[in-house]
Design a protein. Structure first.
Length: 420
């Protein structure tokens, strides 16, 4: 499948041909998957705004990632990579109609081609892979993450993130591999005067050829065959070496080694020796400086059952999945871009887990926690901030969904929205 998709992308001369190819594929997918059901005269149009609203309602749309993707696909090489990944991931490269659309787009000379609607194209391509009708994707009733429609939106979001997260080295390597190949030929571009090989019985049948490497007579070498060289004589063996017990009983100097080792008398310590040692008296503590601060010792918990950590609880819940860690930065300020609030209590919890992560903000109003997340899907955490007494003594709660695509997430808390 990768070879077929690679040939289809190499056959496109430039950006305009790629955009026309993507537009033809999108129109073909919408015409195939957006047919109205029985009893309905017309299905809703599957436009770019509808696809974006659907991704937002399902919670799979990331605005910064989408802006980075749009900036990347403005380049011709990155656009080739995106089309190649879409053809491979959805399986469209093996479809004969898609291959015909690629040939038509490659021979087109139109320069005024509209931009590619990537969200609509990605959702329609993965819906074609699962044979899911497009008219059932409604932003008013977003699908669940584990439903077939939810998996389609998850694959489309993964396709967008894959283009943004690809390193520059891999992008350059694949770009050279998918570059335009002017020598790629098909049935439509072959010249008409090309000679055609004759069909039977107008061609000579192949004649068997005898090669000198193979001989009919097999050469055999007998083991008893006498050669011209003389056989070397066998080496002479001397008398075997014998070691007796008498040799082991005496060493080379003639002294026997059967003597037992000399044992010294045991060491004993009496009570009189212990009492003669003067008892050491503890030295008095040194006086504290006037600027010293005594920190109280932490009290032991009266509950014998120690609370398990949040990470261990989540790993026990998702035993069959691999978890990664990401950072959550909670920023507490009086107003946007204002001074941070110091010493506010912050508590991070997860539904279904009794354990939590808590702490206070620093002088800049930051609280950073490293939390586990699932690789395939996001994990939602709830963050509580306790405002001080002079600000109402209320507890404000916000929810945020973390995923493994980013290394740090930022969640701001503001007491008011304006400075004055």
């Amino acid at each position: 499948m990768n070879d077929t998709a690679e040939r289809l992308i190499q056959f496109q001369p430039g950006t305009a041909n790629q955009a026309e190819f993507a537009g033809r594929v999108l129109a073909w997918l919408v015409a195939d998957l957006n047919k109205p059901p029985a009893g309905v005269s017309r299905a809703p149009e599957f436009t770019a705004s509808r696809a974006r609203a659907l991704m937002r309602a399902a919670g799979t749309f990331d605005e910064p990632t989408w802006h980075d993707f749009q900036r990347l696909v403005e380049n011709e090489d990155t656009q080739r990579l995106a089309l190649f990944d879409m053809l491979v991931g959805s399986g469209l490269a093996e479809n004969e109609e898609v291959q015909a659309l690629a040939q038509v787009a490659a021979q087109s000379s139109a320069s005024d081609v509209p931009a590619i609607e990537w969200l609509s194209l990605a959702i329609a391509a993965f819906a074609w892979k699962r044979e899911y009708p497009l008219y059932q994707l409604d932003p008013a009733s977003p699908p669940g993450p584990l439903s077939p429609a939810g998996q389609i939106l998850t694959d489309a979001a993964h396709f967008i993130r894959q283009q943004v997260q690809r390193s520059a080295t891999d992008r350059d390597k694949l770009s050279r591999k998918l570059a335009y190949q002017p020598g790629t030929a098909n049935m439509d571009t072959l010249p008409a005067d090309t000679p055609i090989a004759p069909l039977p019985p107008h061609y000579r049948t192949p004649v068997p050829v005898r090669y000198p490497e193979y001989s009919r007579e097999t050469v055999a070498v007998e083991p008893d065959e006498v050669t011209g060289e003389a056989i070397p004589p066998m080496p002479e063996r001397g008398e075997p070496i014998v070691i007796t017990e008498a040799d082991l009983a005496e060493d080379p100097a003639g002294t026997t080694t059967s003597q037992q080792p000399v044992r010294m008398p045991p060491i004993s310590i009496s009570r009189d020796q212990i009492e003669q040692t003067p008892a050491s008296t503890p030295s008095p503590p040194s006086p504290l400086p006037p600027s010293a601060v005594i920190m109280p010792a932490p009290q032991r918990s009266t509950n014998p059952q120690t609370r398990t950590s949040l990470t261990m609880s989540l790993r026990n819940m998702f035993r069959q999945e691999e978890l990664k860690t990401t950072k959550l930065r909670v920023l507490v300020q009086e107003y946007p871009d204002g001074p941070g609030l110091y010493g506010l209590q912050v508590k991070v919890t997860c539904r279904g887990i009794k354990s939590f992560v808590a702490g206070t903000t620093d002088r800049e109003g930051n609280f950073v926690a490293e939390l586990p997340v699932r690789i395939s899907e996001g994990l939602t955490y709830e963050v509580d901030v306790d405002w001080p007494r002079e600000m109402g003594a209320e507890t404000e709660r916000k929810s945020i969904t973390l995923n493994a695509d980013r290394t740090e997430f930022r969640l701001p808390f503001y007491r008011r929205l304006a400075e004055s």
